[in-house]
Design a protein around this ligand. Structure first.
Ligand code: RM4
Ligand code: MN
Ligand code: MN
Length: 397
């Protein structure tokens, strides 16, 4: 039976936990081999806001939605008014602004790292436009992800490209308004398979440092090699005060974009613990953006998003229950087994009854997935969107 103290701890943690959902998670995206079209998938920005509002209504944890400029504001600034209206209509704020410098034909050999100065300029202008869009929408974070790299040894100057990235990100930084942040994301490989310009947290950290004080690192949990210790990276970035945010998802092999905690929930718990232990030590919660970066090809989009948020809530509640005071003492005395039991004991607690209690207390559905099923939302979305989804491209080649 949960005691009063754990209920208070869990309630406090869940009240604070806010997670940003990605607009692209609701649309018909797929793997690089193909898409399986879902008739209820979002077909326009209004559908995406509507779906995000539904996830927020069911979970109480998702007041913002990340936007991808190319897909959500294809005309740029002129689309801002429309997006603002939808944001008001659905009660979902605009979250991080994600530039797209990887889809246009010009970016075949890179964006900010392209040897052609005209293409670097085009990429830079696009990111600068994103800063202006973020400003107009009241969004804090600009999160560029770069597909840049090369596939074959000797075909590119690795060092020249570092210089181009430094110069580009510095220029972006000069355009940031006060309070805005530039979050630099890294990824070890794909689509570049020999060298990726920003391949790991060290490169992202150095580039962010060079760019300026409002630039920080974005950790996408799926962007690591097998068995890499992500919580250690998180600890280092926290220590350096350089952790800006997360793109949460899970992985088994590569950048699989699977549901958070579906493969390794213990890892998510360990990451949350590092954030909470810093807060416990300093009395200040690290100002880190929690964003989801998943796109589901097989699961229902909204269903998967609700499941993800619920998983995050459960794992965050577990991490909140670690007896940090006791753990610190056990660490001091190198009481290994007791320390480990104290730590993983929190992980193994079934927090679901407490999370349900919290939902009840906050007038949220006790079982969000069941509530989604019963709401009729999916049937409505299927009816309204089916025809519009028929034309969606399903093939890879
Ligand atoms: C990348 C990365 C970015 C995402 C793109 C579509 O792998 O995770 O954050 O925006 O995919
Ligand atoms: Mn990402
Ligand atoms: Mn990714």
């Amino acid at each position: 039976m949960a005691n009063k103290a754990s209920a208070e701890t869990v309630f406090e943690a869940l009240d604070k936990l806010k997670i940003e959902i990605p607009s692209w998670g609701f649309a018909n995206t797929g793997t690089r081999f193909g898409k399986f079209i879902q008739p209820a998938a979002a077909t326009c920005i209004e559908d995406k806001f509507s779906d995000a509002a539904e996830v927020h209504r069911l979970t109480g944890a998702c007041p913002t939605m990340a936007l991808h400029v190319q897909w959500d504001l294809p005309n740029g600034i002129p689309d801002v008014g429309k997006v603002q209206k939808l944001s008001q209509k659905y009660g979902i704020r605009c979250g991080s602004i994600n530039p797209n410098v990887f889809e246009d034909q010009e970016y075949k050999y890179g964006s900010l790292g392209n040897p052609d100065p005209a293409i670097r300029r085009k990429a830079l202008d696009h990111i600068l436009k994103c800063v202006a869009i973020a400003d107009a929408l009241g969004s804090r974070d600009i999160c560029p992800w770069f597909a840049d790299g090369s596939n074959y040894p000797g075909t590119q100057s690795i060092r020249k490209r570092i210089g181009w990235f430094e110069a580009g990100l510095k220029e972006v930084h000069t355009a940031l308004r006060p309070g805005q942040r530039l979050l630099v994301e890294y990824k070890p490989f794909e689509p570049a398979f020999y060298h990726t310009d920003i391949a790991d947290w060290g490169m992202a950290l150095l580039l962010a440092r060079t760019a300026g004080p409002q630039a920080l690192v974005l950790v996408d949990t799926g962007h690591h090699y097998q068995s890499q210790n992500i919580e250690q990276i998180v600890s280092w970035l926290l220590h350096q005060e350089m952790l800006g945010g997360f793109h949460f998802n899970d992985r088994r092999y590569a950048d699989d974009d699977l549901t958070l905690g579906s493969i390794d929930p213990y890892q998510v718990f360990r990451i949350f613990h590092e954030l909470l232990v810093k807060e416990w030590e300093t009395g200040i919660a690290p100002d880190v953006a929690f964003m989801i970066d998943q796109s589901h090809n097989l699961k229902g989009k909204i269903e998967a998003m609700v499941q993800t948020v619920c998983a995050a809530q459960e794992l965050y509640a577990k991490a909140a229950l670690v007896d940090r005071h006791r753990l610190a003492q056990l660490q001091e005395t190198c009481s290994l087994v007791d320390a480990e039991e104290c730590f993983r004991g929190a992980f193994w607690q079934d927090v679901r009854p407490l999370v349900r209690e919290w939902r009840r207390a906050r007038h949220l559905p006790e079982d969000p997935l069941q509530a989604l099923l019963e709401s009729g939302y999916m049937e409505r979305a299927t009816r309204e969107r089916r025809d519009r989804n028929v034309g969606a491209v399903a093939s890879y080649a």
